[in-house]
Structure formats: C-alpha cells, structure tokens
Design a protein around this ligand. Sequence first.
Ligand SMILES: CC(C)=CCC[C@@H](C)[C@H]1CC[C@@]2(C)C3=C(CC[C@]12C)[C@@]1(C)CC[C@H](O)C(C)(C)[C@@H]1CC3
Length: 721
Amino acid sequence: MWTALDIPDTAQETFTDYKRWRLLVNDGGRHTWHYLRTDEEVENWPQNEVDRFWLGLKTTMPDLPPAKDPLDAARNGYKFYKELQSHDGHWAGEYGGPMFLLPAFVIGSYVIGMPFKEEERLEMVRYIMNHAHPEDGGWGIHVEGHSTVFGTGLNYTAMRILGVDKDHPVCVKARAYLHKLGGTTSIPAWGKFYLSLLNCYDWAGNNPVPAEIWLLPDWVPFHPSKWWIHVRNVYIPMSYLYGLRFKMEENDLILSLREELYTEDYYSIDWPAQRNNINKVDEYAPHTRLFDMISGVLYMYEGCVLPPLRRAALARTCRLIVMEDENTAYQTLAPVSKVFNMVARFAAEGRDCESFKMHKQKRADFIWLGAEGMMVCGTNGSQLWDTGFISQALVETGLAYEPENRESMVKALDPSQMRNDPIHYHEAYRHTTKGAWGFSTAEQGYTVSDCVGEGLRASMYLQFNLEFTPNLISKERMCDAVNVLLTLQNPNGGFASYELVRAPQWLEYLNPAEVLGNIMREYCYPECTTSVIAALAIFRKHFPDYRAADIERTIRGAVRYLHAAQTPEGGWIGSWGICFTYAAQFALESLSLVGETYATSTVARRGCEFLLSHQRADGGWGESYKSCEQSAWVEHENSQVVQTCWAVLALMYAQYPYADAIKRGVQLVMQRQKPDGTWEQEALEGVFNKNCAISIPAYKFSFPIKALGMAGKRYPDEAVV
Ligand SMILES: CC(C)=CCC[C@@H](C)[C@H]1CC[C@@]2(C)C3=C(CC[C@]12C)[C@@]1(C)CC[C@H](O)C(C)(C)[C@@H]1CC3
C-alpha cells in the first residue's frame, strides 16, 4: 500500500483544496491537472473559469437576461461555453464514466512502482467513494451500471492500494457485497489479468494469451492484425506479460488482499478451474463453446511450450509494443492498452529508462479532476471531437458571425490535423494517417473515420463560410483528408471506426472479454458512415473537380449502406452514443445533404416517424443506456436534453413539415436551461462495445446550442417559450 491515507467516512466534501487545482493545456492540446502547494504558486497561476467549471466550483459567469426565443437561448448557451475554450482554441473536457479505467491505472502503476501524488490519491479515492452504489456498496462497469464483481473487485483493490484502510466503512461495505457475490475468483477475464499482475490471482486461473499468434503469417484470416484495433492493442501487451507470467513481488498489502478479496483460502483455490468461472452478474458476452474449446487446447499447450518459439513470439510482441509507444508519443490508443504497455515496457526495461519516464509523463493526460474526484478518462481527451461539433453549431446557427464570437471561431480553426503517416506504418499494421483527424490530438495519432469527417467539415465551415477567418488549411490538406476518407469505405458501402473491416464476422465467437460486446473486429457503423457522407457532400460543393467520380461513388455506396442499416421500425442502432436518437441525428442529416428528406425519401420519412413515435408527453426524448445493450429502444425514466436535441435536429434536417413536435422539443430544452446559460449534467451520453456507457459532457453545450439556434433560424417569427 502506498502510505496510509486518512479518509473521512463520506466523500461529498473535497479531500483536497479545490482552489489549488489548475488545468494545464499545452503541447497541441494536452491537458493535465496540477495541485499548487504554495501560496506563491497560487498567486502566480490564478484559477480561471475553465478550472472552476470542471471542478464544480462556482464560476464568475453572471446570470443572463432570460432568452426571448430559441436563438437567444443558444446565444446564452454559447456565452457560457465560449469561456471554457482553452487558449489554444480547443475545448478541454471530462470524459469519464467507465469504472474499470481508474483501477487499471492504479493497479498498473502500483505494480511498476510509478507513484501518484498524495493529492491525486486522495481525490481518486473520493471519486471511487462517490460512485459506490448506496444500496450495496459495490461498483458496476460504469457509473450508472449495476454492481458487478469486475467493478467491485477492481475498485475495492484500487482503494486499498491508494491507501484506504480495510476497516474503513466504504471498504467494509464493499467487501461484504463482494463476498456475497462469491469473491473475486469469478471476476471476468480482464479483472483476472489485472489481479494476476498484482500477484493476487494465480496466472493458472487465466485463459492463455499466447504471444505465438503473432508468429502466424499475415494472410491467416484470424491473424491478430485483423482484430479491432482496441482489442489488438490490448492483447499485444497482455500476451507479452502473460508469456512472462509477470507479477509484482509479494508484500503485506498483497498478502492482505489475498484474504480480503476471496471467500475461500487463497492458497487452496483450484486455479485452473477458475479460467471460465465468470460471475453471472458480470456476463454480457458469455464465452462460446468454441472459445472454451480453443482455450482448453491452448492451456495444454502452455504445459509444453517450445522455449525458442516463445522467445521469438515475445520478441515480436515487444517490438509491436515499442512501435505503438513511438507512434503515439507514449499516449497509446486508449487507457487500457496504456496501462498494459506501461507494465510491459517496465517488465522489459525496468525503471531507469526513457520509456518509464515517457509513460509516466503521458499517464497524466488520461487523468481528469471533476467535481466528484479524480478519474481516468476513456481517451487522452476529446479535443477534436468537441471542437468540431461546437464550431459547426456556431456556423450553422449563424452565431459565428456575431462580433463577440468571432475571435473564438478564429481560434478554433485548424484543430490538430495529422500531416504524415505513422513512424512505424506498415510494420505496425496501421492505417494511413496523412491528412486525418483523430478523436483527441494529433500526437495520439489515430485516424477515426468520423473524426476525419467532422474535422474536415468543421475546417471547411470555419474557413469558407466565415469571411473573417484566415486561410490556414490549404486545399492540399483538405484533399489529403478526403484521400483518407476514400480509403476507409468497406465493400458494403459502410464505414467502420479506425480501419477497414479486416476480419470475418465469426471472429466475434472468440471474444474473451465477457463484459463487452462486438469487440473482436471492426463493424460498419451508421454514425461513422453518415459523418463521412456529410463531409464529402460538403467538400464537393467547394472542390467539384477533386476526385469527383470517386466521391460520387463513395457517397452512393454509403447511402446504400445507410438505407440497408435502417431497422424495420425506422431507426438506426447507435454504437457510440445513446442510442437511436444519436444515430438518427447523423443519419437524417447526411441523407438531407444528398437530397433525401421527409418529402422525397421513404427512408427519411420512416426515420422521422420512428422518432415521433418515441416523443414523450413533455415534448422530450429519453432513452436509457440499456438501448445499447439490447439494440432495442428502452425508455429512460426522464427525458434527456441532449437526446431531445438529437431528435429535434434529426427532424429539422429531414425537413419534417409539422412544426409542433419540433417546437415542443425545443421548449423542453429551453425550460431546462439554467440562468447562466448552461444545462445540468444528465444521464451518460456515450457508449462503447454495447455494455459500457461513458460521459461526454461537452454534448450538453454543443447539441443544445445547435438545435436551439437552428430552430430559431427556422422559425424566426415565433417565441417558443
Ligand atoms: C475496450 C477498451 C480497450 C476500453 C477503453 C475505452 C475505449 C475502447 C473507448 C473509450 C472512448 C471510445 C468509446 C471512443 C471511440 C472508440 C472506443 C473508445 C476509444 C470512438 C473513437 C469510435 C468511433 C466513434 O464514432 C467515436 C468517434 C464517437 C468514438 C469516440 C470515443
């Protein structure tokens, strides 16, 4: 255990002085939180509105005159949100929600002896405490999910490592619940893995992760280079660490955890029998028989591995890990692979080396301090994504032209386009990045299809629609972005997230991570496809001569995919936002850009009717995250501002002719606006892999501003309040 912390019984009050925390934004959009220990530092680096807002402190923003109409309400919204723009032009923000990322960081860091500051540890404990379920004291896979062994086992362990005593009431309650669930023997695979690194679970209790798979020739249909990039990047360092059976040395905490986490005597557990022991409360994607069979064979193979083969396989995975670190300047693709890469590099090279230093430096980029404590975000930020949406909203609503908003629009231009392919490109099985945008920063360096779409579109809007912005992005750079988009279309016309679909569908039968669905390979997504359609449709208006035939063919194929992806009820299943309302907004917008609206297209008309069938009596829309789990509409108990905006935008894009439904939605969003122009944080807005919700708090600015502003423009004569 890191030094013991004195932790109060409840966590509403902050554990550190929030007036001393500052968000540093530098180096192309990196953001890191710093605690100022001396008064002198506090004086030299005053707290600003961005710090105060995200820390949940009272901002100095005044109450605004009540909005007269929707456009005015949008204006009020932006008056506030503009103050949250960083000096470099992007909007920094929180991106929390999953409850396994912070424990992964804590466990991984502890295993390799990479410390956190005491103030950080205190606020991490506070975050965990604030998200314990009041009834049972446990944690789920995300903050809104039911308690599971995965959530409870990992967060309990993290609390103990961070310095909380085992007799603290929060630990006592969580432990009682964990024991009620049978203890951590039945923790899902990734939990088994973290605990094994910590020396609190025997490696024999894990299903094998043989590195030898990386020695197969590339043409093999299930070759790991064809897996979804997140799973690939998680399993490369996992297979390396599994091959080494890497674990930290025993100490008092570990010996104690071996007692606390289990209901039986740790030393008499039948570990091989635990490989497929997964608690029912955790299971989202149960093992298939095929998976269990292959694991059984691989388990036998582990008893007779050929040392030269294993050595060659470990050398190969080690090389892949180093390439990923170097391609991303040690950001890595996302927090799960970040931790495993960090531990793997430590296992290979130790502490006194550049990789340890660099991993420590970039570990900070994932850590965010919110009103409820310190968390680990889903990525190193959502810089490009949030900047893209708000820029587009301002241009589409016309607010960008208003003198007081011009400077912020000039600052927002040119967000982090990647100029070159990765350093290690083909050898690391990467997709091209020259001209692409990713979700966060250029440094992180991963092409994402819809981020290229939104980045390109925002750049075109800012540069071409506004006469006061400089010409920063050359035609050549925009064409580079289009080139990337054109490489990403799949044979069925659809677009996936980071790469082309490389692997067959049956690979999903081998999903080893019981808590997430659709993870093994890329899938085509309506949202990604529609972003691309929209960007290309706008691009060709500005540059009708550039690759005109290719663009036409691509758009036609994408629209065909989108038509086919519509469900019989008329909706689209969203995979990255919740859920049908999210996807409908993208789908109906992109269809309108190719001339398909309520009046001209049955697809658009059915899309509108589907949405209208779910409008609630209060005028809003509200879907639960369970819609994503079940791929079927599940009503939330309350209507949600962000989802209402998506639905209203979708209807407006489709030129739904009867204004009443739209106005009722607009009214709800206006009623929920607070006097300072903001909206309350409601339910989590994002999701991944079917089963894990994630918050994207910037959506509660960008989409209301866009929806209200567009409604204001569309119905200019009416005050809708
Ligand atoms: C399973 C693992 C490895 C967990 C770590 C979390 C990541 C996988 C998540 C967190 C954020 C996340 C949901 C994200 C995406 C993929 C998966 C991410 C990175 C993408 C980039 C996919 C494409 C989407 O359209 C969109 C751009 C919205 C999201 C953004 C966030």
